[in-house]
Design a protein around this ligand. Structure first.
Ligand SMILES: *Cc1c(COP(=O)(O)O)cnc(C)c1O
Length: 338
């Protein structure tokens, strides 16, 4: 493992670490989305992981590598990484302190607590949560596990790309929900090591798209963090980003932005057509397809259903077609149907 760039060998090693805890998930075809895409369209079901999200892979790979006398682990999180770290720490009998901002939905906070981790709510942004996590490293000797800028986390998430290419070696395009870029970096490393011609496209919401803005600028930049239906995609990439930014800048073929209305509609499509309950963060690839924002597709395409840890009251309201208020903006509701 180099500190600069995880390799296919690191991703294969991660798969052995994960075995029995975060196992391979199914990749299933979506008839409705295949019709919309004009190509076979697959869904990689990471919502079926034990914590309801893919982040268990990276967290487990990082926590399992720590020495047994580690006093504990800490992280900042929009919810799912904290759940992954909490689960991994419990596997090892280690203390875990998860720092989250007040923007994180209650369902995600409850999920972390239910795994026996301590929770600190700090400030209004991922940066505030990160500051508390870094204070705990100095004050209590805990080890910080970055949600995305860590070679073992990236290698862990990369096992998803490995499984996707093994299931369908003919994939032409992989649509990856994009936030800090640990998932996109790992998936792109794995997929392109297997087939350099496969296209990997990062997709995120148009409000607070930190990686998209950073790639455009050529260096990590800060963006304002605002509430979104894709709350798991919130937060910056870190001005001192070492790994996920350069890997995404080098390996992503494109980044695409979608609106809150497009996310809202895609959540309805995934539920009513494929009967899958998923977070707003998962459907950004589907939203881009349905909004006609994808480049021409040359063959089978797949996206990753990254997690299912959403507020169910909010989910019911979206499925019923009600308006959703997110801070200063209202997403206009629309009933699903022809
Ligand atoms: C963390 C997360 C993402 C994005 O992963 P990054 O590695 O931060 O880009 C996407 N979807 C869900 C559900 C997540 O929890």
């Amino acid at each position: 493992m180099t500190e600069t760039n995880p390799t296919l060998a690191d991703i294969l090693a991660a798969r052995r670490v994960l075995r029995g805890v975060a196992d391979a998930t199914p990749m299933v075809p979506s008839p409705h989305l295949s019709k919309a895409a004009g190509q076979d369209f697959f869904l990689k079901l990471e919502n079926m992981q034990p914590i309801g999200a893919f982040k268990l892979r990276g967290a487990l790979n990082a926590v399992m590598a720590l020495p047994a006398d580690t006093p504990g682990v800490t992280c900042c999180s929009t919810g799912n990484h904290g759940r992954g770290v909490a689960y991994a720490a419990r596997e090892r009998g280690m203390r875990a302190v998860i720092c989250m901002s007040a923007l994180v939905p209650q369902a995600k906070i409850d999920g972390v607590r239910a795994l026996g981790a301590e929770v600190r709510i700090c400030g209004q942004s991922q940066d505030d949560a990160l500051a508390e996590s870094q204070r705990l490293v100095k004050a209590e000797g805990l080890v910080e596990i970055s949600p995305f800028d860590d070679p073992r986390v990236i290698a862990g998430q990369g096992t998803i790309g490995l499984e996707m290419m093994e299931a369908r070696p003919d994939l032409s395009t992989i649509l990856v929900p994009l936030s800090g870029g640990g998932l996109a970096a790992g998936v792109a490393l794995a997929a392109k090591a297997i087939n350099p011609a496969v296209h990997v496209i990062g997709i995120t919401m148009d409000r607070g798209a930190a990686m998209h803005a950073s790639i455009a600028a050529g260096h990590p930049v800060e963006v304002e963090e605002v509430p979104s239906l894709a709350d798991s995609l919130g937060g910056g990439i870190g001005l001192k980003n070492r790994l996920s930014f350069p890997i995404c800048a080098r390996l992503l073929d494109d980044t695409i932005l979608v609106t809150e209305e497009e996310i809202y509609h895609a959540m309805q499509v995934l539920f009513y057509e494929d009967r899958i309950v998923a977070e707003g963060a998962c459907v950004v690839g589907i939203a881009a397809l349905l909004a006609g924002k994808l480049p021409p597709l040359a063959g089978p395409v797949a996206t990753i259903i990254t997690g299912r840890n959403l507020d169910m009251a909010m989910f019911h309201r979206i499925m019923a077609g009600e308006d959703i208020t997110l801070g200063a903006v209202t997403v206009k509701g629309r009933r699903y149907g022809p």
